[in-house]
Design a protein around this ligand. Structure first.
Ligand code: DGY
Length: 418
C-alpha cells in the first residue's frame, strides 16, 4: 500500500456530495459527466454500491431526447460560471445543454466484471445508455464520425484543434461576464478570454432555441468531428453490445452502430500527417494536431498500429507522457490545460487500449510513468509534461480515482481486465 492510496480515498470522500462527486471543490462544484464515470471506477475499488450510485445519479439527469448532459447543477453554487441560468437546460435536473465523451457503458461493463453481483443495476442502465448512444447517432453523426457543436463537449476544452474552427466565429451578442475559473486557478493554466467569448457565444445559440437539435443542426457554426467522441462512442457501443448480449437482449441495432462508427472513424485518419485528428466539417479540413485523443485508437480497437510511430516519437520528447498536444506542434503550451499538459485519466484509457492490442510493455511503462508523476506531485487536475509539476485544480477526483483503479501498485487492475 502506498500512502497515496489513503489520500486518494480521502479525496473521493471529500468530493462526495451525496450520490454524486464533484471533480474538485471550488473550480468545478457540480456533477460533470465523464468525471463522474471515472469517480465510479475509483469508488469501485472499495465501495461498489457507491460506484453504481454515481452512474445512476448521472443518468437520472438524462434528457427526454436521450442526451446525458455534461454538467448537472444539483445545487446552485455561485463560484462557477456559466451556471444553470446561462445554460437553461431542458432536462429533469438543471443542466448544461451539451454532452461529454460517452465512456459510461464501458465503465459499467468494467464494474460488472469487478463484481458480477450487481447485474440488476447494470441491466436497468442499459436502456438509458442505448438512448444516449442513439442521441449521438442521430444528432452528432457525420457519416459515422462523431462531431461536436461545442469544444466543451469533447472535454478537451482548449486544444489547438479548435483554433481554426473557433477563429471563424464572431462571438456576437454575449453579455458582459466575469470568469470564475481564473479566481481558482492561475490564468496561464486556463483557456484565454478569446476562447471563453466563443464558448459563451455557442452556449447562447443553444440556450436561445431551447436546445432544439433540429434547429441547431441547421445553424451551429461549430461542427468538428473528433477522435475523443468517435473513439469513446465506438468502444462504449461495443461494451454496450456485450452487456446487452449478456442479458439476452437484442443487439442488431448496436451492431449497426458499431459498423457505422468503425467505417466513419476512417474519416479522422489524416494520411498526410500520419495521425488521427479532428475534421472541421464546415471546411472539410483536418486540423493536423497529434493529441492524446489521437492515441485512443487502440481503446476503440481500430487502425491497428497506425499510431505507434507517433506514440513512440512523442513518448521520447518529455519526461511525462502523454502530453495532450504534440510538443513539436507550434501551439504546444505545457501548462495550459489541453494545449500540452498530461491528463492521468487519458493515460489510463490509452494504456488500456495498448494492453488490449498487443502492447503490454508500453501500457505498463505508461502506468509506471503516471504512477511516479502522481506519487511525486499529488492529485492534480493535470501535470506539466516536462517535470510533472501539478497544474489546474488540486485534490482532483479523476486523478484520485484512476490512481486507485489503475496507477497505484496496489490497484485491482486484473479484476476489470475481463
Ligand atoms: C470548465 O468550466 O472549464 C469546464 O471544462 C466546462 O465543462
Amino acid at each position: 500500500m502506498s500512502p497515496r492510496d489513503d489520500e486518494a480515498r480521502a479525496i473521493l470522500k471529500a468530493n462526495d456530495r451525496g450520490g454524486y462527486t464533484v471533480p474538485t471543490a471550488g473550480l468545478y462544484p457540480y456533477q460533470w459527466n465523464w468525471d463522474s464515470v471515472f469517480a465510479a471506477i475509483g469508488f469501485a475499488t472499495h465501495d461498489m454500491d457507491r460506484a453504481w450510485t454515481e452512474i445512476e445519479t448521472l443518468l437520472a439527469g438524462q434528457w427526454p431526447n436521450g442526451m446525458v448532459p455534461h454538467i448537472l447543477f444539483h445545487r446552485v453554487d455561485p463560484g462557477y460560471f456559466p451556471g444553470p441560468d446561462i445554460w437553461r437546460g431542458v432536462g429533469p435536473v438543471p443542466s448544461s445543454g451539451i454532452s461529454q465523451p460517452p465512456i459510461a457503458a464501458t465503465f459499467v461493463r468494467w464494474l460488472l466484471a469487478m463484481d458480477p453481483s450487481h447485474g440488476d443495476r447494470a441491466r436497468r442502465l442499459i436502456p438509458k445508455l442505448i438512448d444516449w448512444h442513439r442521441w449521438f447517432m442521430t444528432w452528432r453523426n457525420a457519416g459515422g464520425a462523431i462531431f461536436v457543436t461545442h469544444p466543451w463537449e469533447t472535454g478537451r476544452d482548449n486544444c489547438p484543434d479548435w483554433d481554426a474552427p473557433l477563429a471563424a466565429i464572431e462571438p456576437a451578442g454575449i453579455n458582459a461576464y466575469d470568469r470564475r475559473d481564473t479566481t481558482h486557478v492561475q490564468a496561464g493554466e486556463r483557456p484565454r478570454r478569446w476562447d471563453y467569448d466563443r464558448y459563451l457565444h455557442l452556449v447562447k445559440l443553444g440556450a436561445d432555441c431551447g436546445w432544439d437539435d433540429a434547429h441547431l443542426q441547421q445553424v451551429a457554426p461549430f461542427r468538428v468531428a473528433d477522435p475523443t467522441m468517435t473513439f469513446t462512442l465506438l468502444r462504449a457501443t461495443r461494451d454496450l453490445r456485450a452487456l446487452a448480449a449478456g442479458f439476452g437482449q437484442p443487439t442488431s441495432r448496436l451492431d449497426r452502430w458499431i459498423d457505422e462508427i468503425t467505417r466513419g472513424a476512417e474519416q479522422l485518419w489524416n494520411a498526410g500527417a500520419g495521425t488521427y485528428d479532428c475534421v472541421d466539417l464546415r471546411t472539410g479540413t483536418h486540423t493536423g494536431v497529434v493529441t492524446n485523443a489521437s492515441f485512443l485508437s487502440w481503446y476503440a480497437g481500430i487502425g491497428g498500429d497506425r499510431m505507434l510511430p507517433q506514440f513512440d516519437r512523442i513518448a521520447g520528447l518529455t519526461r511525462h507522457a502523454v502530453p495532450s498536444t504534440d510538443p513539436a506542434h507550434p501551439a504546444y503550451e505545457p501548462k495550459r490545460y489541453w494545449r500540452g499538459p498530461v491528463w492521468a485519466m487519458m493515460n489510463m484509457l490509452i494504456a488500456r487500449g495498448l494492453s488490449e492490442s498487443g502492447h503490454p510493455n508500453r501500457a505498463e511503462a505508461l502506468r509506471i510513468n503516471t504512477r511516479d508523476m502522481i506519487a511525486e506531485n499529488g492529485f492534480a487536475e493535470y501535470f506539466d509534461p516536462r517535470d510533472g509539476a501539478p497544474a489546474g485544480g488540486r485534490n482532483f477526483t479523476w486523478t484520485a480515482a484512476i490512481w486507485l483503479a489503475w496507477a497505484s501498485d496496489s490497484a485491482r487492475r486484473a479484476e476489470w481486465a475481463a
